[in-house]
Design a protein around this ligand. Structure first.
Ligand code: 5AD
Ligand code: SF4
Length: 484
């Protein structure tokens, strides 16, 4: 769709155009010229490896970077012994940062054997000044560093990097700009994420996201619908609408639109079969949305509703702006309107000051809410956030013990809740063939994975599958009939 650029129509001899999209295509054209020469000298294609850490927003942005790399003529490979290695980084928890530093050590060795190798880092972690200082001082062999706000400038930055010997760093503090129509290389041909907004204004006290992703900005509904239409024309039947807090979508647009209204517009796109969205904040989940989910034909009956903690006292310290009762009320309300809903959540253990009583409140909400899955995280101190300065950080062994107790309850409940589908026939979208040949993996509208024997013509199709054996968070099944 966006990949059909006719480079013969771009004048590469003049100045770069002012229009941002055209400007980036101009630099893509310039690099294509450079690359053709390089590749001729090497006698082989020039390769790149792109790895993504973190969330689905990062996955989506990596698809743009991959689209630009492919457009410029590079060949993608999985392993890091490539000519160019690119990491899209995450910083939501310290672990994510440590992983990148560990990988950089290994890349340094590879680069010693291939001095022409280029190393590029971008994404959330690069928005933190102390990280950039460390890269400058301790990892001077990294060639290009950029952040989350200027990804659309990738082709131009790449061109600049090629024309210098020293490390190039370009980090923006924020941006109002949303650049549309850049090339995209999708991970799947039949499903795709669609950004509906960027940034976050909530400032939950533990979270680094508002500092690295900037203020909340919504895309115009027409731009979103047009993107969905072109995706559908290109074979996509399932979209995931992405934002840090989709329930506050559209509030700051010149002509405000609610998230439920946006869903309605997306639902009207012919040929689209399923709509998912991520992530919802309990404080902004509206009755209008709940009602819409109940009557929609395309919105999947799955809601990811991060609770973070079951203790009202901790929720207040987290600046979540709801309490335990409000959360439980919401769960009840959703189940009333959409009885077969699959609910999933995120929970943090060991937030500063969390007592055993607070933790028991969390277990209580897990017990009462019947989540299909809960993603559990050990609190990670992020410098610059209000929680990092809070006293009473919980000792590691106490946190570990709570984490284990939470995990076993979550797993026990999840297994019980997921078993409600035992023996039923469900429509699944077939996504991948597993390593074991002939075994395929599909996903129900409830986001539940099912492995079943099949054939490769089923990939990307909706198939009826009987769920025979519940294995906790996935099923083993049998294809019954093909639907589409
Ligand atoms: N420590 C642990 N978990 C965190 N999350 C966000 N910030 C932190 C942190 N500092 C979790 C939240 C969020 C999910 C994406 O990551 O549960 O919902
Ligand atoms: Fe972080 Fe809270 Fe924003 Fe989610 S809503 S990204 S947890 S600040």
């Amino acid at each position: 769709m966006f990949n059909e650029i006719d480079f013969t129509k771009i004048d590469l001899t003049g100045q770069p155009p002012a229009d941002e999209t055209k400007r980036q295509y101009y630099f893509m054209g310039k690099i294509r010229e450079l690359l053709a020469r390089e590749s001729a000298v090497l006698g082989r294609p020039v390769t790149y490896c792109l790895q993504t850490f973190g969330c689905q927003m990062n996955e989506k942005q990596s698809e743009v970077v991959a689209g630009i790399m492919d457009e410029m003529g590079f060949d993608r490979k999985e392993s890091e012994d490539a000519d160019i290695v690119i990491y899209n980084t995450c910083t939501v928890r310290e672990n994510a940062n440590l992983k990148v530093y560990g990988r950089l050590g290994k890349l340094h060795n590879l680069k010693k054997h291939n001095p022409d190798m280029k190393i590029i880092l971008f994404g959330c972690m690069m928005q933190e000044p102390h990280v950039v200082d460390k890269i400058r001082n301790d990892y001077p062999f990294v060639d290009l560093v950029f952040g989350t706000h200027n990804i659309f400038r990738f082709a131009e930055l790449f061109y600049e990097m090629k024309n210098r010997d020293s490390q190039l760093v370009e980090i923006w503090e924020g941006t109002e700009q949303i650049v549309e129509e850049l090339p995209t290389e999708r991970n799947y041909s039949f499903k795709s994420g669609v950004n509906i907004m960027f940034g976050c204004n909530n400032f939950c006290s533990y979270c680094i996201v508002p500092y690295v992703r900037g203020r909340e900005r919504s895309r115009e509904p027409e731009a979103i619908v047009n993107e969905v239409k072109s995706l559908v024309a290109d074979g996509v039947t399932e979209v995931m609408l992405l934002g840090q807090n989709v329930n506050s979508y559209g509030k700051t647009l010149e002509h405000p639109v609610t998230f439920a209204q946006l869903l309605q517009m997306v639902e009207a796109v012919p040929g689209l079969h399923r709509i998912r969205f991520m992530t919802s904040h309990p404080k902004d989940l509206s009755d209008e949305l709940i009602e819409y989910m109940g009557k929609s034909k395309k919105v999947c009956h799955h809601l990811h509703l991060p609770m973070q903690s079951g203790s009202s006292r901790i929720l207040k310290l987290m600046n979540r702006r709801y309490d335990k009762e409000k959360y439980l009320e919401l769960v009840q309300k959703i189940r009333g309107a959409v009885p077969d809903i699959s609910l999933t959540t995120d929970i943090i253990v060991g937030f500063p000051g969390e007592t055993e009583e607070d933790f028991l409140e969390t277990l209580d909400v897990v017990d009462k809410s019947n989540f299909d899955t809960a993603f559990t995280f050990i609190y990670s101190k992020r410098s610059g956030t209000p929680a990092a300065k809070m006293e009473d950080q919980v000792p590691e062994d106490v946190v570990k013990d709570r984490f284990d107790r939470l995990l076993s309850l979550v797993q026990e409940k999840g297994r019980m809740v997921s078993s409600r589908f035992q023996g039923t026939v469900q429509e699944v979208l077939v996504e991948t063939e597993s390593k074991e040949k002939g075994i395929f993996t599909g996903r129900t509208q409830y986001n539940l994975l099912v492995h079943f024997p099949g054939t490769s013509d089923m990939l990307g199709k909706y198939i009826q599958v009987r769920l025979d054996t519940c294995k906790g968070f996935y099923y083993l099944g049998t294809a019954v009939t093909e639907q589409e």
